[in-house]
Design a protein around this ligand. Sequence first.
Ligand SMILES: Nc1ncnc2c1ncn2[C@@H]1O[C@H](COP(=O)(O)OP(=O)(O)O)[C@@H](O)[C@H]1O
Ligand SMILES: [Mg+2]
Length: 146
Amino acid sequence: MLGKKILSSATTEETEQIGRALAEELLQSGKKSAFIALYGDLGVGKTAFTRGFVSAICPAARVKSPTYTVVNEYRGGILPVFHFDMYRIDGEDDLYSTGFYDYLDSGYLLSEWSENIPFALPKERIAVTIEKSGVDTRRITLEAFE
Ligand SMILES: Nc1ncnc2c1ncn2[C@@H]1O[C@H](COP(=O)(O)OP(=O)(O)O)[C@@H](O)[C@H]1O
Ligand SMILES: [Mg+2]
């Protein structure tokens, strides 16, 4: 993915579809690893986006929020997908203790609450910011950094 895109979503399924489309684009580009930094408040749709993303790579997976486990791994698909939730991460040592650095570059990694890990973001990444624009509508900004 190059540059910046601003999309809108009116339903949960549309947000999932935007996640699925990003995964398909990454697969088609031949990338074996990628870092997707998710931003946005509680309940905005970060996990919904991730569910759609994972469905393109590992259709059998049941995506659930990794809030308590910090990371969920989906390995049965085309590539490994690692789904982190950084909500409870407090600083570099805490992040290190999750094994985060061992997961980088070994598949597609999605990170909810990337606000909490600015010090650990790879230079090459895709930032996905989800904002509420109404009860069920969302503004989704995708931006590639290299
Ligand atoms: N357009 C939309 N996109 C994403 N989620 C939506 C949308 N409209 C309503 N929702 C609802 O908002 C909630 C988002 O939850 P979730 O994906 O777990 O958010 P987060 O991971 O950001 O905390 C779900 O209950 C979902 O059904
Ligand atoms: Mg979530």
